[in-house]
Design a protein around this ligand. Structure first.
Ligand code: DP6
Length: 333
C-alpha cells in the first residue's frame, strides 16, 4: 500500500556558519555549527511513490522543476529508496512560501521536508538523528531544520557521527529575526561552490582554529540568554565567514567571492549606529546579499519603526520570524 505524505519544515539561520566541507559527497562539514529555525518561512512537500511511474516527477512551486533541481531531488529519493529497500519512483510536489534563493536557504527546508515526507511515504519511521543524517546528505544545512528550536550540528568524522540536535527549544528565548530582502534573484555563486572554495582562503586555517571557541561562546550566551554577548559573537562570526569567501581564490575572473551588495554594507553600518544609539540589534548574512537582524522581542517595535523609514529608500522588504519547531508531518493518507 502506498501512502501520500505531506511534511513541512522551516528554513534555519546559522549563528555559527557551516562553510567548507571535509567530505563533499556526504556533506560532512569542516566545523560544527549552530542555528535557529525561522518560523515565518516554510517549505511544504507532498510525496507519493507509485509502481506506475517510470521516473521521479518533481514539481516546485506549481511548475516542473528545472533539470538540475529534479536531478538533485531524484538522487535524494535514491537514498531513501536504498534505506527502505524499494524501487518505485515518486511524485514530489514542493512549495515554498518565501522567495527562492532570497538569502534564506531554501535547500535546508526543502531537503528536511523531503526527507521526512519520502521516508514516511515508504513506511520508514526514522529517529530524529537518522532523519537529520538523511537530510544532511541532500543539503548540509538541512540537517539543522529537523530538530526543534535552537540546533547544533556536530561536524563528526563520518556519516554516522555528523548530525544535528536541539540545544534549546523554540520558547527558550523570545528572539525576533528580521530578514531584510534586497534581492530575490538567485545568487550568482551557489553555497555549494562557496564551500568548495573556502579552503583556498589563506585565512581558512585561522577560522577553523578559532571556531571551537566561537561555538562555545555563542552556545553559552544562548543558554544564558545574554543578548549582547550572543549578538556580538554571531555578528563577528558572520563577518569571519564572509572574510573567507572574499579572500578565496576564484581564479582569474575575480579577486574573491563577494556576496554583499552596496545596500548590504549600508545596513551593516546602520546596525552599528543603532547600537551606538542604544538599540540592541545584531546582524548575520548567508551566501547572498540579504541581511538578517536579531533582536529581543521587546525591541522589535523600535526596530520596525527604524526599518519603516529605511527600507523604502533601500528598495527592500522584510520577513519577521520567531524561533520555531523542526520538520513535521502535516498529513498522511
Ligand atoms: C552560508 O547547506 O546550502 O548558509 O551542503 O552544499 O547544500 P550544501 O550547502 P548549504 O550551505 C549553507 C551555507 C550557509 C551557512 C549555514 O547555513 O551554516
Amino acid at each position: 500500500m502506498n501512502r501520500i505524505v505531506t511534511a513541512a519544515a522551516h528554513p534555519n539561520l546559522a549563528v555559527v556558519k557551516y562553510w567548507g566541507k571535509a567530505d563533499p559527497r556526504l556533506n560532512i562539514p569542516t566545523n560544527s555549527s549552530l542555528s535557529v529555525n525561522l518560523g515565518s518561512a516554510r517549505t511544504t512537500t507532498t510525496v507519493s511513490f507509485s509502481p506506475d511511474l517510470e521516473q521521479d516527477v518533481v514539481r516546485l512551486n506549481g511548475a516542473a522543476a528545472d533539470d538540475r533541481t529534479a536531478e538533485r531531488v531524484a538522487r535524494h529519493l535514491d537514498r531513501v529508496r536504498r534505506l527502505a529497500g524499494r524501487t518505485e519512483r515518486a511524485l514530489v510536489d514542493s512549495t515554498n512560501d518565501f522567495p527562492a534563493a532570497a538569502g534564506i536557504a531554501s535547500s535546508a527546508s526543502a531537503f528536511a521536508a523531503l526527507s521526512l515526507a519520502a521516508s514516511r511515504a515508504l513506511g520508514l519511521r526514522l529517529s530524529e538523528r537518522e532523519l537529520s543524517i538523511l537530510a544532511r546528505q541532500g543539503s548540509g544545512s538541512a540537517c539543522r531544520s529537523i530538530p526543534d528550536g535552537f540546533v547544533r550540528w556536530e561536524a563528526g568524522q563520518d556519516d554516522a557521527s555528523s548530525y544535528a540536535y536541539q540545544v534549546a527549544p523554540p520558547e527558550h528565548w523570545d528572539l525576533r529575526i528580521t530578514t531584510v530582502i534586497f534581492s530575490d534573484q538567485p545568487k550568482e555563486v551557489s553555497s555549494s561552490d562557496g564551500h568548495a572554495l573556502a579552503q583556498t582562503s589563506p585565512f581558512f586555517g585561522a577560522r577553523l582554529a578559532g571556531l571551537p571557541r566561537t561555538l562555545e561562546t555563542v552556545q553559552a550566551a544562548l543558554l544564558a540568554r545574554d543578548f549582547p554577548r550572543f549578538g556580538l559573537a554571531l555578528e563577528r562570526e558572520a563577518v569571519n565567514m564572509h572574510a573567507i569567501a572574499m579572500t578565496a581564490d576564484v581564479g582569474a575572473a575575480a579577486s574573491g567571492l563577494y556576496y554583499w551588495q552596496a545596500t548590504t554594507m549600508q545596513l551593516i553600518q546602520q546596525v552599528q549606529a543603532w547600537r551606538r544609539a542604544g538599540l540592541p540589534v545584531y546582524f548575520t548574512i548567508d551566501a547572498g546579499p540579504n541581511v538578517h537582524l536579531f533582536c529581543e522581542a521587546a525591541q522589535q517595535a523600535a526596530l520596525e519603526a527604524e526599518l519603516a523609514r529605511l527600507l523604502p529608500d533601500m528598495r527592500a522588504r522584510a520577513i519577521v520570524s520567531a524561533p520555531a519547531r523542526g520538520a513535521w508531518v502535516m498529513s498522511e493518507a
